[in-house]
Write a new protein. Structure first.
Length: 269
């Protein structure tokens, strides 16, 4: 197990996601994107400093995917934060915020969350690190994994764009057109596919029980997080649209995450 390299990667991810100390949600959003992109760049730098037998193009493609993922995620969220900051300058927003002034989370709680998410982000980037440190030269599974990741990234991007357009068209209804005809959370599906590709790209390189545990645990965690996120989204939608016949008809016949898989609800009633 390349503990030294993992430690370096942990420091990089921890520094980049530390924006969460400014605002808690940044640990899991903007900081997440920064950590993934920065983690990929860090492993590529390791490669240039001390090359292994792994083909350079594989390292470059994986890094590019991590950067694309991080830029898309953090860029999208930063734009949204900027819009929210502009809104908060209005008198109505100031009055609302004054009535709902949340207490700041204790530092030790923030620090604990910071450590855990930093470790998770290292685990997610670890397939690339393991391929580099093991000097793997195979190309079949990396190509398959990259293709799945690219498809997932495109799917997620299109889903977010379609959702924004449909919400502008009809703010009082969830998105139901385009990819949203196949499932209610195609953006979450895209996220799962992206990390499925990352995991698959490393299957031929994992050596020892430790590397397998880290890679599998990271993949299981991201799948769980996506399904948990879909469940929480459904609860919010039920609270807002639960009396809407059109919403109920759509939700009862459209799978929540996986197209054609008849799992329609995750919300525990």
């Amino acid at each position: 197990m390349p503990w030294g390299l993992l430690a370096i990667l942990l420091i990089v991810c921890a520094v980049l996601c530390s924006v969460g100390f400014y605002k808690f949600v940044y640990f899991l959003s903007i900081g997440y994107g920064f950590a993934v992109a920065g983690g990929g760049i860090a492993v590529l730098i390791m490669y240039f400093i001390n090359p292994t037998a792994t083909p350079l193009w594989i390292m470059l493609v994986q890094t590019a995917l991590f950067i694309a993922y991080g830029v898309r995620l953090s860029g999208f969220l930063l734009v949204r934060e900027f819009k929210n900051a502009t809104f908060k300058k209005t008198d109505v927003a100031k009055e609302t915020l004054a009535k709902n002034d949340d207490k700041k989370m204790p530092v030790f709680v923030l620090a604990t969350i910071w450590v855990f998410v930093s470790i998770l982000y290292v685990m997610q980037v670890s397939p690339m690190l393991f391929r580099y440190s093991n000097g793997s030269t195979d190309i079949v599974l990396p190509i398959i994994g990259f293709a799945v990741s690219i498809f997932g990234l495109i799917l997620e991007s299109i889903a977010d764009k379609q959702k924004s357009a449909q919400k502008k068209e009809n703010p009082n209804m969830v998105a139901t057109k385009g990819l949203y005809k196949l499932c209610r959370c195609p953006n979450y599906l895209g996220e799962i596919l992206f990390w499925t590709g990352v995991f698959v790209s490393g299957i031929s390189t994992y050596t020892g029980i430790g590397q397998w545990i880290i890679a599998i645990l990271a993949y299981v965690c991201i799948v769980y997080i996506m399904f948990n996120g879909a469940q929480r989204l459904e609860k919010r939608q039920m609270a807002r649209y639960g009396e809407n016949a059109e919403y109920n008809e759509y939700a009862n016949k459209t799978p929540i995450i996986i197209p054609f898989l008849p799992i329609y609800h995750l919300n525990k009633k």
